[in-house]
Write a protein that binds this ligand. Structure first.
Ligand SMILES: CC(C)(COP(=O)(O)OP(=O)(O)OC[C@H]1O[C@@H](n2cnc3c(N)ncnc32)[C@H](O)[C@@H]1OP(=O)(O)O)[C@@H](O)C(=O)NCCC(=O)NCCS
Length: 185
């Protein structure tokens, strides 16, 4: 399958290389980044996550891509597209996701990468609608969903206690092609 690489103003979204993983985990496997993602991951969980990201690419041609900063080549995290696959959720729908190292927060990088991912979903990967999932207490993540013009889809919410035992529900946002085009202007 062809290599994937997509440039934005400040970032490159691209396929993973073996040497990215240690840098990715060094930056993102921290308490703050992993707060709503099951906590700091041990070696087995890290390997499982890597294998899943590589399998999405093989099976669908897209994944949560490696996000590299153009200015210095730093690996900031991931952002991209997968097919939703959580038990009880909207399985099979196009899902956008993001995770950046903490020193890259608050600079609009996640938004820049997510906007590119939504463009790609609609223009290159044939999506009619894109969803995003999080937990209610992950305000940074649903804040981004709102900034992207996604709307809350309570009808798609589902029970899951893996990420927030106190509020064991995954909340869903979505945007369709027309709304995305209107949002993009
Ligand atoms: C979710 C996450 C990716 C959001 O990152 P983020 O940096 O807050 O999001 P954005 O890229 O939209 O940046 C927005 C902030 O950058 C600021 N900003 C600075 N320069 C900017 C620019 N050029 N363009 C846009 N925003 C800019 C905005 O004002 C905003 O600041 P604020 O948060 O103080 O209001 C990040 O919090 C994260 O990685 N969390 C941990 C992993 C995680 O939980 N992932 C989601 C799982 S569901």
């Amino acid at each position: 399958m062809a290599d994937f690489r997509h440039e934005t103003q400040r970032l490159i979204l691209r396929d993973w290389r073996d040497e990215d993983w240690p840098l990715f985990w060094e930056g993102t496997n921290t308490e703050n980044v992993m707060r709503w993602l099951g906590g700091v991951a041990d070696a087995a969980k890290r390997k499982g996550a890597q294998d899943r990201l590589l399998s999405y690419k093989r099976e669908h041609g897209h994944t949560f891509w490696c996000v590299e900063r153009k200015a210095d080549g730093a690996i900031l995290g991931f952002c991209g597209l997968k097919r939703s696959n959580q038990a009880g959720g909207p399985i099979g729908m196009m899902e956008a996701g993001w995770r950046l190292r903490e020193d890259a927060w608050g600079q609009g990088y996640a938004r820049e990468a997510a906007e590119a991912s939504l463009d790609l979903a609609f223009e290159q990967f044939g999506a009619d609608e894109v969803i995003a999932l999080t937990v209610q207490r992950n305000e940074s993540s649903w804040g981004l969903m709102k900034r992207l013009g996604m709307r809350r889809r309570e009808d798609l919410d589902f029970d899951n206690a893996d990420f927030d035992e106190e509020e064991p529900v995954i909340i869903v946002y979505s945007i369709d092609r027309d709304s995305w085009e209107a949002h993009r202007g």
